[in-house]
Design a protein around this ligand. Structure first.
Ligand SMILES: [Zn+2]
Length: 146
């Protein structure tokens, strides 16, 4: 839970990022999802594959501070961004694509420098698996250069 609520931006800007009680059950589901992902990536890689740079819950002020919209799944505790040791975000997304339903991933985004996963199923299937980079938002997990 600490990994999902710590925010460097909140600390730097002295903004509270304590999740409200209503969000805790969703954060628990998100934590369980991340654990499944870590276990799976570790099994795939054959070595422990810890996650870093995790951004999970963001209060509205924190979420606005990092430039995200109020409708973000992060505000509801239903999403997390992360990096996986020794793997590019593209590689992580490729590894997870066959496991979306089994793991309960409602949305996966290759965001170039990290991976975004959400437990919330998207309304439109075209938005479930996407890449966001300087070219914009595109369907599918695409290999892109920074
Ligand atoms: Zn995200």
């Amino acid at each position: 839970m600490k990994e999902l609520t710590d925010s460097a931006w909140a600390t730097t800007n002295r903004v509270d990022n304590t999740p409200p009680p209503a969000v805790l059950i969703e954060l628990q589901r998100t934590a369980e999802l991340l654990q499944r992902i870590r276990n799976y990536l570790t099994a795939c890689a054959g070595i422990d594959t810890p996650m870093s740079d995790i951004s999970g819950f963001r209060s509205i002020p924190v979420n606005r501070g990092v430039g995200s919209s109020d409708g973000s799944d992060h505000v509801r505790g239903m999403a997390a961004d992360f990096k996986a040791h020794g793997m590019t975000p593209y590689q992580v997304c490729q590894a997870l694509l066959p496991k979306l339903d089994e793991f309960g991933i409602g949305q996966i985004i290759n965001e170039l420098t990290w991976v975004h996963v959400s437990t919330k199923m998207v309304a439109k299937p075209i938005n479930r698996i996407i890449t966001i980079d300087r070219h914009g938002t595109r369907a599918g997990i695409l290999q892109v250069r920074p």
